[in-house]
Every structure is written in C-alpha cells, then in structure tokens.
Ligand binder design. Structure first.
Ligand code: GCO
Ligand code: MG
Length: 402
C-alpha cells in the first residue's frame, strides 16, 4: 500500500480549521486535524512544503516508523507548529488503518473500555450572577461536569468570558487585541464564585476552573488551598507549564486536583509532572501532541502514576480531532474527562460528524477509522480568514501571559 498524494484544506466555517487529507493507491483516504488557533497558515506551509513531498510513496500502514521519520528525523524538533503537522499526519494514517481494516479507531487502541465518554461544558458570565445562570443552563442540557469562568469585579475583561454573543471565542480578526489583568482582584474573587456555585447547585455537579497560566506558584498555591472546600474536579493551568518544577509547591500544600498541558506538544513537557505525580490530568490533545501514536504513549506512561486524560477540546480543535479523541478516550483505561465546546452549526455543513451528545456524555458510531468526513466543495465556500488570539497586560501595562 502506498501514499499517492496529500493535500491541506484550510476552511473557515465560522472559524478556521486546517485539515490534512492523505490519499492511497487503494482508494482509501485519511483525515487529520492540523488546526493551531491563530497560526493556521504556518502549519499548512510546513505540511505542504516539507511533509507532503516526503509522504508520497511511503506505506501508510507504518504509523510508528512514519511518526519517527517526521519527529526524530527532523533536526529541529518539537514546537506547536511542527508537532501539529505531525499530529495531522499521524491521525490521517490511523484513519486509513481503521478504514483498511474496516473497523472504528477505538478497536485499534484497546477496544471498548467504556460505552460513552463524560464531557464538561463551559459556563461563563460577565458577573457572578450571570455565571450562576450559565451553570444552570449547562446543567439543564444534561452536563455532569461544568467549567465556571466569570468576569472579575473591577477588571474590564477576563479570559473565558463571552463578550456579547452566546458563545466564547478568543480569536479575533487582525493583529492581537489587548486584554488586561489584575491577579489580586482575581484571587480575591474566585473562591467567592465557587462558594456561591456550591451553595446554589450542591455537591453532585463536577466543577472545573481554568486559571489560564496566570499565577505564580505561590499565588496558585493560595488559590488551590482556598478552593479546597469546594472540591473541584480540576484546577487547570494554575501556573504556566514552562517551569515544571513550579507545580511542586502547589502539590505539597493542596489536594485540589490539577490539569495541565493544553499548550504542550511532547512527552518531554510532562516528564517531571508525571514521575513526581505533580498533576492529575493530561490536557495535551491529539491535534497538538503528536497525534495518536505519541499521545497514546504519554497516556500509558501517565497511567502508571495514577494520572488520567482530560484532553483540551475547545472550538478551535476540529471535529476530526474531537472524533479521534472520543475513540481514544473510549479505548484507554485511564480516561478522566473530555472538554466539549460544541461547534457552531455551520461547521457541520463542512464536516460530517459521527458523534452525539446525550445527557452529559458523547458517543461515537462504528464508522471505520475516525469516521468524520469533509465536504471539500462546501469547505471552499468558506475561505481562510486571518484571526489572532489576544495578548494580555497587567493593569500598569506590563506584558503578561494570556
Ligand atoms: C480551554 C482553553 C481554550 C484556549 C483556546 C486557545 O481550556 O478550553 O484554555 O479556551 O484558550 O483553545 O485557542
Ligand atoms: Mg485551558
């Protein structure tokens, strides 16, 4: 079996997605997600100029060797752009493998460890009251786990809070717009928010919160300790993950579970975090973490240390990634929770999906491979539209993490 061709499809049904399509001499093709929010053309260019020419003529069944060809074989390693490209290649090859063997992807990754995959919703509001209302709406839809983000009194805009329309989407046209940030206002407010959420909704709901990399280890330790009485399912990215040792202080002093790594792209971002058991959930998704081949190894490594998966799943990850993640989560033993922000309806004009939400869980049908398809004619009606993620400054103008 040989790869005969491959192409990159960049389309913008409401938001940008990059999809890799790999063709074989047996009439089977595979799809992989290569979307990297705000950096779509960079991944497309790496795929088109470097990876695709090298793929032609290779045997698509050799997923392990081809992964190492593009990772180990490249002198300049890691980084979000190149790892997203490798992820898309790997995903497309596993899609081909499933189609070739006429079986859904999960059967190739361990079979069925569970029938359905628990997902968490996003609730957000400009104020505490609006956030509470939003939690009630998500609970009403059937979600058993809800992430809560709220506007902070005295702070003009806050990560994770929708500006006007119903859903939250951080990328905006043009160069990055600027947000601002005050850590002490944030730290004073968040425990009050969760106290109220528990008071209104009781103890059964799983609650999550995303700090979005904005605390130092000592600030994050204070937050994790003060949130303990409200027993979060997880506290996400409490500190920036660049300094793995930064998690030690939080871990020593608090029992609030920690999820980290949506911006990671390699097992080497996780070695200290996993071996020292400094975290509880792996956030690195298939689309940025080197695809199924690499993330399976990370998940297996984590399982030895009682660490579970909690993959990133915002709207900037395409339906191809989400479907692959559902297969993956269904198959492994150490699945924890999957993020689920439903895509806008227009996305389904371009992507034919094979998963379904019901009562807090996602299920996937038995279409061979990953099971998602793309309508290229429809995709061409929505051309790429440049958009960037915001940047963030402290109140005095100092550049900070977004
Ligand atoms: C999350 C994430 C997202 C990211 C976004 C960036 O936990 O869902 O933090 O909201 O900010 O994916 O493109
Ligand atoms: Mg996050």
């Amino acid at each position: 079996m040989k790869i005969t061709d491959a192409k990159v499809i960049v389309t913008c049904p409401g938001r940008n997605f990059v999809t890799l399509k790999i063709y074989t001499d047996q009439g089977i093709y595979g799809l992989g997600d290569a979307t990297l929010n705000g950096m779509e053309p960079a991944v497309a260019s790496y795929l088109e100029n470097f990876c695709i020419p090298a793929l032609i003529g290779k045997d698509p069944r050799n997923t392990e060797d081809l992964w190492h060809y593009f990772y180990r074989g490249a002198y300049w390693k890691r980084g979000s752009v190149t790892m997203s490209a490798i992820s898309a290649i790997d995903m497309a090859l596993w899609d081909i493998k499933g189609k070739m063997l006429n079986t859904p992807l999960y059967n190739l990754l361990g079979g069925e460890s569970r029938e359905k995959v628990m997902v968490y919703a996003h609730a957000n509001g400009k104020s505490l009251e609006e956030a509470i209302e939003s939690v009630a709406q998500e609970k009403e839809k059937g979600f058993k786990a809800i992430r809560v983000q709220s506007g902070i009194p005295g702070q003009p805009d806050t990560y994770g809070v929708a500006k006007g329309a119903a859903f939250y989407e951080p990328a905006h046209p043009g160069i990055p717009h600027e947000e601002c940030w005050d850590t002490s206002k944030y730290l004073n407010f968040v425990p009050r928010l969760f106290e109220k959420v528990r008071e209104v909704f009781g103890n059964d709901l799983h609650l999550l919160h995303d700090v979005h990399h904005r605390c130092t280890p000592v600030e994050a330790t204070r937050l994790a300790k003060e949130l303990e009485p409200f027993h979060l399912f997880w506290l996400e990215d409490p500190v920036t993950g660049e300094l793995q040792e930064g998690l030690r202080m939080i871990r020593k002093q608090s029992s609030t579970p920690i999820a980290i790594g949506e911006v990671f792209n390699s097992v080497y971002d996780y070695t200290t975090l996993i071996t020292e058991q400094l975290i509880d959930y792996i956030r690195m998704p298939l689309v940025h973490g080197g695809g199924i081949t690499h993330v399976k190894k990370v998940a297996d490594f984590a399982s030895v240390y009682h660490i579970q998966t909690g993959f990133h799943g915002a709207t900037d990850l395409s339906p191809v990634n989400l479907a692959a993640a559902i297969h993956f989560n269904k198959a492994i033993n150490n699945f924890g929770l999957q993020e689920y922000m439903p895509h806008q309806e227009i996305v389904q004009e371009v992507f034919r999906i094979n998963y379904q939400f019901e009562d807090g869980f996602l299920t996937i049908d038995n279409t061979p491979g990953i099971g998602v398809d793309i309508d290229e004619e429809k995709a061409s009606k929505y051309p790429y539209s440049p958009a960037s993620l915001p940047i963030n400054r402290k109140m005095d103008g100092t550049m900070f993490y977004w």
